[in-house]
Design a protein around this ligand. Structure first.
Ligand code: ADP
Ligand code: MG
Length: 296
């Protein structure tokens, strides 16, 4: 491009370019795709969510839910920018920061991948399918499918070499993605989840009543058996959950999970507070197991 064209007239960016810029915020790696698809599946009131990943999610992220589904005529809207069923008035905007309803996740992801959505609502006789390749949406097609929604994201960043080069090895991407899965499963014990990576079934978690059962389902009996129940309530702040005795220390803080108002969070000052609470009871470089729900 000649230099004089670089600083041309002011013009609006095309929707596609806007989506790609937004994709930079929303989609960093397969794990961020998985987080958005899991959020949508949970928002749809699914009772069961099945996740399949190929190559750590670089080749494929597939999320199947049995939630409320999307009407055939709304499929194109679901992948359009700033289209959401979750807010409509300016007053609702306040909720955006809290829950991330910005109506741009699917549009942004579809811009940098090949996305296939299949969906059917309980009241529909049949389902429908829409494919979006690099932001180019095809036609909605009728398709036989179960009630709920399946979103497949193929070949993330395959046509965006600059972004693709930031992806790490499949095993690193897998570890980020399985972390996202774990956090969602931990926060929603009443929903059944499964996770398959390539030919390996990594998790198969039935819906359970108690948080302890879900923790054990994910991390195994040996972790479950080493936890003790804790509960504190000062009127404004309620903390409850399970913590490990100091003897059950770990080499990493991998088994520290916090839910604030039911949502998984990572917070440096809370992590520090946990480490401080155990100070003097374990060697430096060791970390307690902590599963806490904080409600304000
Ligand atoms: P947001 O979640 O912020 O609304 P998204 O781009 O993630 O934006 O999704 C756009 C819309 O597509 C949602 O508001 C919802 O109506 C619909 N949608 C997406 N995924 C699902 C799903 N798994 N089940 C039902 N509806 C969905
Ligand atoms: Mg969403």
């Amino acid at each position: 491009m000649a230099a004089e064209h670089v600083m041309g007239q002011i013009h609006r960016l095309s929707q596609s370019v806007v989506n790609r810029i937004a994709a930079g915020e929303v989609v960093e790696r397969p794990a961020s795709v998985l987080r958005e698809l899991l959020d949508n599946a949970l928002d749809s009131d699914a009772q069961r969510i099945d996740v399949t990943l190929e190559q750590g999610g670089i080749g494929l992220v597939r999320v199947v839910d049995n939630g409320g589904g999307i009407a055939a005529e709304e499929l194109p809207l679901a992948v359009a920018a700033h289209a959401t069923s979750k807010l409509s008035t300016a007053d609702d905007l306040e909720r955006i920061d809290t829950f991330g309803f910005r109506g741009e996740a699917l549009a942004s992801i579809a811009e940098v991948s090949r996305m296939v959505i299949r969906s059917r609502r309980p009241e529909d006789a049949g389902g429908s399918m829409l494919e979006v390749d690099g932001g180019e949406a095809g036609e909605v097609q009728p398709e036989g499918c179960a009630v709920g929604t399946t979103v497949e994201v193929h070949q993330l960043f395959a046509k965006v070499p600059a972004r693709r080069s930031f992806l790490r090895t499949a095993s690193t991407e897998w570890s980020h993605a399985s972390d996202v899965f774990t956090r969602a499963a931990l926060a929603n014990p009443q929903v059944a989840f499964s996770l398959v990576h390539g030919s390996r079934r990594a998790h198969d978690l039935p819906a359970v009543e108690s948080w302890a059962d879900r923790i054990e389902g994910i991390f195994g009996r040996s972790v479950g058996q080493r936890l003790v129940t804790v509960e504190a309530d000062d009127g404004d702040l309620r903390v409850s959950g399970y913590i490990g005795r100091p003897e059950a220390d770990m080499a990493s803080p991998r088994l520290q999970h916090l839910l604030v108002r039911g949502r998984p969070i990572r917070d440096r000052s809370l992590s520090h507070a946990i480490q401080e609470a155990y100070r003097g009871t374990m060697l430096t470089g060791r970390h307690p197991m902590v599963f806490l729900r904080i409600d304000l």
